[in-house]
Ligand binder design. Structure first.
Ligand code: BGC
Ligand code: NOJ
Length: 822
C-alpha cells in the first residue's frame, strides 16, 4: 500500500494522507541554518549544531509520535471551529490533504470546510532563517471571516540542557516584542550573542510568548485555549516556556486568496554591540531588521524560493541518468543525491531517530559521506576534509566525532575505533579523483587542532596507514580496538553492568582481538595511498605501501579465509568470529563485501565463493542481513551486537550501509544481474508499494530493515542519516552504471543487467559535460568506447583538450570475457 506518489517532474514526493506509518520528513536548509520538517509540519530548527544552537523545541519519542513543530491554526470566527491545515496538532479530518516534500522545501496543506490553506516552508540560500508562506483561499460560496494563528515553541538553545535542567531553565526564559516581531533572547543578557526571532508580514491582532497563556492550564497543542477563544493575550514570557505566536485576521470573499508570510530566524551581534542603546538590556536590532523586512515581502520570498530551485537544479544536473528502471532514475537523479547532501550536512546528528544531542559529525561517517557528495559541491568537501583531518591525533588515530560548532574532536561517543583513520584516505582519494585538485595534499593541517603541529595533509594519510601497521595482532591482522565499522562488535568490552555504554567502555587492553574487515579496508586504502604516492613521485613509498598491502592480502588468505567465506574477526581469546566453527554468527556480510570489493581473491575465485555464500546464507527478499545465524543470547565477549534481539540492527538486521559493498564486489566480478538485483531489493522507491510494511519514507534509504529473524521482517527504521546514502549512490553510479571517476579521467565501465538494452547519462566532470550513451550489443561487460566519433582503447575517456565543454561518448557492451574491474 502507498501513502503518496513520486512527482518526478517536480522532484517532489507527494504524500496524500497525513497518517503515514511514521512521520515522513524532509530537511530545510543546506548551509548553516537547518530544519527538520515532517509531513504534518512537526520538527525543529537549529543553527549549525543541533545540540548547542537549537532554535525550537521538539520532544522525541512523544505520544502521539510526532508533536511539536511549525504549526498554523485557522479559526472560523462565526462557528468558533478551529483546525490545523497540516493535520497535526488538531488532527481534524481534512480534504485534499497534501504534503509535497521537495528539494529543500515542503508544502503542506489541505482544505477544511471550504477553506484551503497551504504553507510553503523553506530556508533561503545564504540566510539564517526560514520562511513560511501561508496561502489561504476561500472555496466557499459565502465570505469567510477567519483568524490565523502561528506557533513555535522556543528551545533554550542547548537542547540537552533544555530537556533536563528545569530547576534553572524555568527561570531564564526571556523575550522582547517590538514592531510585532517576537524576539527570543534567553541568556542574551549574559554570555550569548545570538537570539531568535519570529515575524509576521501582516498587522497582527495579538501575540503570545508564554506557553501556558496560549495553551491554557492542562491543555495540549491540539486544543489551545487561546485559539479556542479566538484571542491571543499579548503574554510576555518570564521564565517557564517561551513561545512565539501571532494572530492575524483574514477576511476572504468567495474565491479570494491571501498570503501571509512568517519568518523564523537566527541572528548574531558582535559582542560589543549587543545592546541598543549601549548599556541597556534591549537587543540591538539594527542589522536584523532589514533582513526581516526583506523576507516578509512575498516577492522577496518568491525570489528566494526561485533561487533555491535553481541551486538544486544545478546540483542535480551534475549526474543525470536515463535507464530502463524508473526507481534507479529517480534515486540517482533526485532522491539519493538529495539524501547524500543531508548526510553530508548532518552526519548522524539530527533526524527523527537521531535526537541532535547524541552525536556530532563522525570521523568515519563523514569521510564515507564524501563518496556520495563530493561531486555536488567539491569546495565544501574540501573544507570538510581539512576539518576532519585537523582533529586527527598525532598517532594517526582519530577522535570518533567532532561538534560542528567548535570543530574540535571529542571522545563523548567513544574512541579507539581502529578502522577510523583509513576512511580519511578513502575520502581524500574520492576528492582527488573527482576534482584533480592535488593541492589539497600540501595543505598544512594540524593534529588534534593544536597550532604548531601542522603537516601536509598527505602526511596525515601516511599516519592513517601507519596506525594499523603499529597495531597488528597475533595473526598479523589489524587489532580491532574498541570496534571497527561495526560499532557493536565489541571484542574488548566485556560489559556486564546494566546501562553501561558499549561505545565508551573497554575492559581489556585489546592486544588480541583482530578484524578481518579492517584488513580489507587496509588493502583498499593502501592501494589508494600507493597510487597517490606514486603520482607525487614517491616511488619507494608507493612500493612500500603495495608490499604492505600484498602482505595483508596474504594474511587474509591465510588466517581470514574459512573455506567458503571470509572470517569476520578473532576475539579476545583468539577464537574466530564469523566462522563455520561458531555456533551463531557463522558468516558476516562486512568481510565478504569489503574484502571482495577491495580486490582480495578476485582472480582466484575466493571473492566469487564469498559472494556465493552471501547469496546462500545472507540474502533475503528485503536485502542482505548482516550475519547468520543471529545471536540468540547476550555474549559478554561480543558486546552490543548480541544485545539486540535477533533480526534487528547489527544482530542480523539488513544493515543497508553494507549491502552496496556486496553490490560493488559483484560488479567487480562482472555479475551485473546480481549487483542490480541486490540494489533493487533495498531501493526505497522500489519498496514504495509495500510502504505499510517498510513504514519509513519511500524516497530515502533507512539505516536498517528488520532481518529474517525479526517478527517484523521488512520493516525499516532510522531513515535519512546513514552511510547507506553515499554507498548506494556510489555503487549505482560508479559501479553498476560504471560512470567512474579516476585520477586520469572518467571511465565508462557499466556492469548492468543482461536484460538492459542500454541507457544514457550526462555527467559533469572537471568542467566538462560528458554525454554518454551505453548500447548493449552482446551479453557481456566488455566495453568499446567511441569518443567524439573516434574509437578509444579501454574504458577510460582521454582528457579532452583545454576549453572543451562537451564530450560525446558511445559505449558498446560486448560479449567478451568478463574483465575484472580495476
Ligand atoms: C548502534 C550503532 C551505532 C552506535 C553509535 C549503536 O547503538 O547500534 O548502529 O553506530 O550505536 O553510537
Ligand atoms: C551507524 C554508525 O553511524 C556507523 O558509523 C557504523 O559504522 C554503523 N552504525 C554500524 O555499526
Amino acid at each position: 500500500m502507498q501513502y503518496g506518489y513520486f512527482d518526478d517532474e517536480r522532484r517532489e514526493y507527494v504524500i496524500t494522507r497525513p497518517d503515514t506509518p511514521l512521520p515522513w520528513i524532509n530537511y530545510l536548509g543546506c548551509e548553516a541554518y537547518f530544519g527538520i520538517i515532517s509531513n504534518t509540519a512537526g520538527g525543529y530548527s537549529f543553527y549549525r549544531d543541533a545540540r548547542l544552537r537549537r532554535l525550537t523545541r521538539y520532544r522525541y519519542n512523544n505520544a502521539p509520535y510526532d508533536l511539536g513543530g511549525r504549526y498554523i491554526y485557522l479559526r472560523d470566527a462565526d462557528s468558533g471551529k478551529f483546525w490545523s491545515p497540516s493535520w497535526q496538532p488538531t488532527r481534524h479530518e481534512l480534504q485534499n490533504y497534501e504534503c509535497r516534500h521537495g528539494m529543500g522545501y515542503s508544502i503542506i496543506g489541505a482544505e477544511y470546510n471550504g477553506i484551503e490553506a497551504r504553507t510553503r516552508y523553506f530556508v533561503p540560500l545564504g540566510e539564517n532563517l526560514e520562511i513560511w508562506q501561508l496561502t489561504i483561499t476561500n472555496r466557499r460560496t459565502a465570505p469567510a471571516k477567519l483568524s490565523a494563528f502561528s506557533v513555535v515553541e522556543f528551545c533554550l538553545w542547548d537542547a540537552q540542557d533544555d530537556a533536563t535542567n528545569f530547576q534553572r531553565n524555568f527561570n531564564i526564559g526571556q523575550v522582547e516584542i517590538e514592531d510585532r516581531v517576537i524576539y527570543h533572547k534567553t541568556e542574551y543578557r549574559e554570555r550569548r550573542d545570538h537570539f531568535a526571532y519570529f515575524a509576521c508580514s501582516e498587522k497582527t491582532l495579538g501575540f503570545d510568548t508564554q506557553r501556558e497563556a496560549f495553551l491554557g492550564p492542562y491543555r495540549g497543542w491540539d486544543n489551545p485555549k487561546a485559539v479556542e477563544c479566538g484571542n491571543l493575550s499579548d503574554s510576555v514570557a518570564n521564565g517557564w516556556a517561551p513561545i512565539g505566536s501571532h494572530q492575524v485576521s483574514v477576511e476572504l470573499a468567495p474565491g479570494e486568496s491571501k498570503q501571509i508570510v512568517f519568518v523564523l530566524g537566527y541572528h548574531e551581534n558582535p559582542r560589543d554591540q549587543k545592546f541598543d542603546p549601549q548599556g541597556s538590556q534591549v537587543i540591538n536590532k539594527r542589522t536584523v531588521k532589514p533582513v526581516i523586512a526583506k523576507y516578509l515581502k512575498p516577492e522577496s520570498a518568491d525570489r528566494a524560493f526561485d533561487k533555491l530551485k535553481a541551486y538544486w537544479e544545478s546540483v542535480l544536473n551534475i549526474c543525470r541518468v536515463d535507464t530502463p528502471d524508473v526507481h534507479t532514475n529517480r534515486m540517482v537523479n533526485v532522491w539519493n543525491a538529495y539524501q547524500c547532501m543531508a548526510t553530508f550536512n548532518m552526519s548522524r546528528s539530527a533526524s527523527f531517530y537521531e535526537s541532535g544531542i547524541g552525536r556530532g559529525l563522525g570521523f568515519r561517517d563523514s569521510n564515507q559521506d564524501l563518496l556520495g557528495f563530493v561531486q555536488m559541491v567539491p569546495a565544501r568537501a574540501r573544507e570538510r576534509i581539512i576539518d576532519l583531518a585537523s582533529t586527527q591525533l598525532p598517532s594517526g588515530g582519530a577522535y570518533h566525532q567532532y561538534q560542528p560548532l567548535t570543530k574540535r574532536g571529542n571522545n563523548d561517543v567513544g574512541s579507539n575505533f581502529n578502522d577510523d583513520p583509513h576512511w580519511l584516505i578513502i575520502g581524500v582519494a574520492a576528492y582527488l579523483k573527482e576534482t584533480g585538485d592535488w593541492s589539497i595534499l600540501d595543505e598544512p593541517v594540524p593534529y588534534d587542532n593544536q597550532p604548531g603541529s601542522e603537516t601536509a595533509l598527505f602526511e596525515h594519510l601516511q599516519r592513517s596507514f601507519q596506525y594499523t601497521l603499529d597495531r597488528l595482532g597475533p595473526h598479523g591482522l589489524p587489532l580491532i580496538g574498541r570496534a571497527d565499522w561495526n560499532d557493536c562488535l565489541n571484542l574488548n568490552c566485556f560489559s556486564d553492568t546494566p546501562g553501561q555504554s558499549f561505545q565508551t567502555t573497554t575492559n581489556k587492553e585489546g592486544k588480541i582481538a583482530e578484524s578481518v574487515f579492517i584488513a580489507g579496508l587496509f588493502v583498499l586504502a593502501g592501494r589508494e595511498l600507493a597510487e597517490i604516492a606514486s603520482r607525487r613521485g614517491l616511488k619507494s613509498e608507493c612500493e612500500r605501501y603495495l608490499n604492505e598491502v600484498q602482505q595483508m592480502d596474504q594474511t587474509v588468505r591465510k588466517y581470514g579465509w574459512d573455506g567458503e567465506w571470509f572470517i569476520r574477526a578473532y576475539d579476545d581469546f583468539g577464537n574466530k568470529v564469523g566462522s563455520k566453527e561458531c555456533k551463531e554468527g557463522k558468516i558476516f556480510i562486512e568481510s565478504q563485501g569489503f574484502c571482495s570489493l577491495a580486490g582480495i581473491g578476485l582472480e582466484d575465485g575466493l571473492a566469487q565463493k564469498s559472494m556465493d555464500s552471501v547469496r546462500k546464507y545472507l540474502a533475503t527478499d528485503h536485502g542482505i542481513v548482516l550475519q547468520q545465524p543471529a545471536y540468540s543470547q547476550y555474549y559478554l565477549h561480543l558486546g552490543e551486537i548480541s544485545s539486540y534481539p535477533p533480526g534487528y540492527k547489527e544482530n542480523a538486521g539488513i544493515f543497508c550501509h553494507n549491502n552496496p559493498w556486496v553490490i560493488i564486489a559483484e560488479t567487480r566480478l562482472g555479475n551485473g544481474d546480481a549487483a542490480f538485483d541486490y540494489y533493487s531489493r533495498i531501493n526505497p522507491s522500489a519498496r514504495e508499494s509495500i510502504s505499510d510494511l517498510h513504514r519509513c519514507e519511500p524516497y530515502v534509504y533507512a539505516q536498517m530493515i528488520a532481518g529474517k529473524d525479526a517478527p517484523t521482517h521488512g520493516e525499516a527504521k532510522n531513515s535519512w542519516l546513514t552511510g547507506t546514502a553515499a554507498w548506494n549512490y556510489y555503487a549505482i553510479t560508479q559501479w553498476i552504471l560504471g560512470i567512474r571517476v579516476d585520477h586520469d579521467g572518467l571511465r565508462v565501465a557499466p556492469v548492468v543487467p543482461g536484460s538492459w538494452r542500454g541507457f544514457t547519462a550526462t555527467r559533469k566532470f572537471r568542467g566538462v559535460t560528458y554525454h554518454i550513451e551505453v548500447i548493449r550489443e552482446g551479453t557481456g561487460n566488455h566495453v568499446e568506447l567511441i569518443v567524439d566519433g573516434r574509437p578509444v582503447e579501454g574504458d577510460l575517456i582521454p582528457v579532452p583538450p583545454e576549453g572543451t565543454t562537451d564530450v560525446h561518448v558511445k559505449a558498446m557492451l560486448r560479449a567478451a570475457k568478463t574483465a575484472v574491474r580495476s
